[in-house]
Structure formats: structure tokens, C-alpha cells
Design a protein around this ligand. Sequence first.
Ligand code: ATP
Ligand code: MG
Ligand code: MG
Ligand code: MG
Length: 479
Amino acid sequence: MKSQEIRSRFLNFFKSKNHEIVPSAPMVMKDDPTLMFTNAGMNQFKEYFLGNATAKYTRIADTQKCLRVSGKHNDLEEVGKDTYHHTMFEMLGNWSIGDYFKEDAIAWAWEFLTVELKIAPENLYVTVFEGDKEDQIQKDEEAFNLWKKHIAEERILLGNKKDNFWEMGDQGPCGPASEIHVDIRSEEEKAKIPGKDLVNQDHPQVVEIWNLVFIQYNRMANGSLKELPAKHIDTGMGFERLAMVMQGKQSNYDTDVFMPIIQEIETITGATYQKTEKTDIAIRVIADHVRAVSFAIADGQLPSNNGAGYVIRRILRRAIRYGFTFLNTKEAFIYKLVAVISNQMGDTFPEIKKQQHLCENVIKEEENSFLKTLDQGLNLLESIINSAQSKEISGKKAFELYDTYGFPIDLTALILEEKGLSLNINEFESELSKQKERSRSAAQSTAGDWVILRQDDEEEFIGYDYLETQVKLTRYRQV
Ligand code: ATP
Ligand code: MG
Ligand code: MG
Ligand code: MG
């Protein structure tokens, strides 16, 4: 089944259950100081759950563009390395605002997966909240008993607070959740280890596809929980993961959502997907990141030096560096992938078609300027190496390259390693912390919101600057 059809089956299914189908909210938040990017389908309905606004419809469904690269949900380090976490992805969701509750939410989720899509029930597991002593709440018996009507009891697993209790924040609406997981391993693999032992264990073929949240409490300022007068349903299902299941693939990247982009990368770069792990990671990173960056630009967020724009720039640079390092791409090419995305997703998200040329131009310009930086850095590094007195290159010099010329430190380390040289990491770190100290005191004397924002970003996104190479740079990530 084509992904287009999966999406429309979902929306039509919930339409038939009297849901209003609404458009995706923008991926880039414009007027929410607490969140830079939409990271879940419920974000645009937040005010309804908080009771600050009255919903026009009590049953809603949509597909929402999400980006998980900051704050509580930051999947960036996983992206490309695993096969089922993306930066940008679509979250299919259905909501009840004080309308139906657990019984219908569970029955419909089950019906959609097993009747409408005909996913075999023996490949599914569901989880139920086990309860929590501190919060004095019992196991979610209600959900457990409802699930028993649909699925064999041994396939209902108990889950802890981390996986099965959702909270909007320190205070406010919250409640237990039930997740649906799918086991797509071969029969042979299944015979070796029972699927239930692999649920929530980061197994690439036993993955969570749908999360059903039962919003029934309000977390009070003193930390206690109070039953809500009106109870709500908030669900989210990963569209690309569902496509993997429906298309009988082992990776989201093997579905028709990603394959056209990957094929274009192969054509342009001459690389072959599924040959070596390093190349594969690079290809997946680029295929993933170009979607995130394109949709951000289409939403009006250009790459820049602060706030959300800075995050977008870092994501794009990460893709450029993976190409540069592992696919040997020395010229701009990522911008050429926008046409594929626009062609593929333009019907569902018209903004990408409308802004295609802007996306292409912006990405191309960013690529060219960053490739120039990389090129200059390489030349400078070359002269540092040539004038070096020992096999260990000064951390001070590497820092200068990083700080003044924007040359990524892990690339420096990688190149040195390839030449049988090493880097004085302690020296580099000490320079880095000195610089952090300098910018901290500079920030203290400058009043202005953007300074604060930018500082946060730097703390939060520092990890992105380092490619995950074999070079031991883990300590930098904690800087
Ligand atoms: P996971 O445990 O796999 O990280 P999650 O519990 O963080 O997922 P939820 O917040 O429950 O995810 O989001 C609802 C659904 O969205 C998930 O069940 C999953 O199918 C999908 N999803 C979550 N994060 C991603 C991602 N980074 N890329 C693609 N799909 C995702
Ligand atoms: Mg997650
Ligand atoms: Mg989870
Ligand atoms: Mg979840």
C-alpha cells in the first residue's frame, strides 16, 4: 500500500467516526515561547486541554508535521544511525476534547490497524500503565480490561511512568497512556526471542507505532493529581513507521516515503545505498535532514545565527558534513533533493510545492558557503600539519580553526587520525571552556532576549557539531 493511501485511509477512517479533519499546524512555532518546533500532534490543541480555549470540534484528526531536535524530545543523535527515528516526521493523530474516552479510542485504534489495514494481531503488543506509588495511582485496569476485549492477555504488557504516563509540563493535564508496538521480525527470529521481551528495548524491528494518551488528571502546583472534570483523548502514530509495516520493509528508509530521495542521492553522488554502514548512515542523515530543512524553510524559518534559524542551519550543516566526509561531495547537491520532496508531498502539504524554489535557493546558498568554510579549513589544517613539530597537533591551533573558521573539530580529529597524527584534546577543551566563560560574561552584560535564546541553543545543540566518528570525542558532547 502506497504511503499516500495509508495517510488517506487514516483520515477517512476517523472521518467516518465523525472527526473533523484539520490541516497540519506549521512545524515552526511562531508564538509559543515554550516551544521552538511542533513536536507532537497535540501541540496545536494545547489550549483546549488547558481549558483556556473552547474547541470548535470535539473530535479531530489530522497528520501533523513534527520536528524532534530540541527540548524534551531530541532524537537527532539517533537519526541516520537507527532506521525509525527522524528529525522531521508526520504524526497521524485523533483527538477527543471531552468527548469519547478510553473505550472508543482503544476500539478504533484496534479496528484501524487490524481491520482497515489488516495488520496481523499476532504481530502486535500493547502496553498499559502499571501505576505509581508516589502519585498514588493504580494500574490502569480500565484500559487493561478494554484491551482484553481485542487482544490476547499475554500481549498486554505493563509499562512504567517514563513510557506510559504523559504530562504536558510540571503542571496541567496528564494521564496514563497505552502504546501499540509491532513486531516485524521473521518467524525464525521470533522463535529465538519472544517479542514481548523486545518491546521498548530499541529493537529496530520491534517498534512503537501508536501512542494513545488518556488525559484524565490535572497535575496541581503542589504535585498532586486531581481528576479532570472533562476527560480527553490524544493519540499519535508515526506515519513513516506505519508505512514500513504496511510495505513489509525493515526500515522506514526502505519505504516509498524515503526511497525516491535516496535514489536521487545515489544518482547525484554515485554512492550505493546498503553497501557499507558508514555510507548508509550518511545517506539516511541527508535524506532525513533535507526534509526537515525544506519544511522549515517552507514554513518561513530561514537558517540563521540564532533561535530556531540556528537550529535549522545546524541540521543542514550536519547533512552537508556527512556528505562531505562520507560521500565525498565537494559541491552543493542537497538542494536538488527538494524537487523530489515537493513532487512527493506537495499534494498533502502544498506549502512545499509553493516554496520549492525558495527552499532550493536557500539550501544551495547555505551549502556553498559552508563548503567554502570546509575547504578553507582543510587548507589551514594542511599547513598546521606541515609545520607541526610532533605527531600530536596543538589543541590551541585546532581550536582556532574551529572558533575562527567554523571548521568542525571532529573533522579535524578524523583527518589527523587518517594521517596517523593525534590531537591534544585537553588543550582544545581548555580553550573551549575559556571561550564559553568569555561569552557567558559577555552575555551577562548584554540585555536582550536573543542573547539568552542563543546561549540556550548553544548548550543544547553543541552535540550536533560533532560527527559520530570512531574518534573519541564523547567528552565534547557534554561541554
Ligand atoms: P520512541 O519511543 O520510539 O522514541 P516516543 O514514545 O518518543 O517514540 P511519542 O511521543 O509517543 O513517541 O509519539 C507518538 C508516535 O510518533 C510514536 O509512537 C512513534 O510512532 C512516532 N515517533 C516518535 N518519535 C519519532 C521520530 N523521531 N521519528 C519518527 N516517528 C516518531
Ligand atoms: Mg522518543
Ligand atoms: Mg516510546
Ligand atoms: Mg510513545
